[in-house]
Design a protein around this ligand. Structure first.
Ligand code: PRP
Ligand code: MN
Ligand code: MG
Length: 181
C-alpha cells in the first residue's frame, strides 16, 4: 500500500480551515442552545470527525449518541435507499436533537433522517454539517449550521470515504482520476 498523497488531485479545505470554521459553528451552537438540553446525534461513519471536533469545541453540556445509516454502499452515487444499520440507544421524547453530518450531497439521507427522528417526539431536530453541495441537491433540506458550501465534485477525507478509504485524512480533498479507473 503506497501513501495516499498520490491519490489526491487537490486539497479543497485544509485542517486549519476546517478547524476555524468549527470554532465559529460551536460558538453559534453554544449561544443558540444556552440553558437547553442538547443531544448530538452523529451519523456513522462519515460524521465521526465532525462529531469529535465539534463536540470538543462546545462549552455546552451535551449527550452524544450515534446512528448508522447508509445510502451509498461502495459507489460514488447516492442510491436514495436509506438503511438503518444501527439505531439510537436514546429515547428522543422532549429532547433537542442536533444531527452532526460530514456532508449533504443529494440531501436524500438527511431529509429521510430528519423525518425519521421528528416522528419520535423530540422537542426539536436540527442539522450541523461540515459540507454541503448546493448543486447536487435533489431534495431541499433545512440546515441550521453549515461549515462550507462546496462545488459538485467527489470529495474525500475528514470522515468522507471512497470505497471506505481516505476517511482518516485530516483535510478535504478531491481524488485523482486514476483512482476511479
Ligand atoms: C455519505 C455521507 C452522508 C451522505 C450524504 O454517507 O456521509 O451521510 O452520504 O449523501 P446524500 O446527501 O446524497 O444522501 P454514506 O451513505 O456514504 O455512508 P458513510 O457515512 O458510512 O460513508
Ligand atoms: Mn454518511
Ligand atoms: Mg460513504
Amino acid at each position: 500500500q503506497s501513501d495516499v498523497a498520490g491519490d489526491l488531485a487537490d486539497i479543497l479545505l485544509t485542517e486549519e480551515q476546517l478547524g476555524s470554521r468549527l470554532d465559529e459553528m460551536a460558538a453559534q451552537i453554544d449561544a443558540d442552545y444556552a440553558g437547553k438540553d442538547l443531544l448530538l446525534v452523529g451519523v456513522l461513519k462519515g460524521a465521526v470527525m465532525v462529531m469529535a471536533d465539534l463536540s470538543r469545541r462546545l462549552h455546552h453540556p451535551v449527550s452524544m449518541d450515534w446512528m448508522a445509516v447508509s445510502s451509498y454502499g461502495s459507489g460514488t452515487k447516492s442510491s436514495g435507499v436509506v438503511r438503518i444499520l444501527k439505531d439510537l440507544d436514546t429515547d428522543l421524547s422532549g429532547r433537542n436533537v442536533l444531527i452532526a453530518e460530514d456532508i449533504i450531497d443529494s440531501g436524500l439521507t438527511l431529509s429521510w433522517l430528519v423525518q425519521n427522528l421528528r416522528s419520535r417526539g423530540p422537542e426539536s431536530v436540527e442539522i450541523a454539517t461540515m459540507l454541503r453541495k448546493p448543486d447536487a441537491a435533489k431534495v431541499e433540506v433545512d440546515v441550521k449550521y453549515v461549515g462550507f458550501d462546496i462545488p459538485n465534485e467527489f470529495v474525500v477525507g475528514y470522515g468522507l470515504d471512497y470505497a471506505e478509504k481516505y476517511r482518516n485524512l485530516p483535510f478535504i480533498g478531491t481524488l485523482a482520476p486514476h483512482v476511479y479507473a
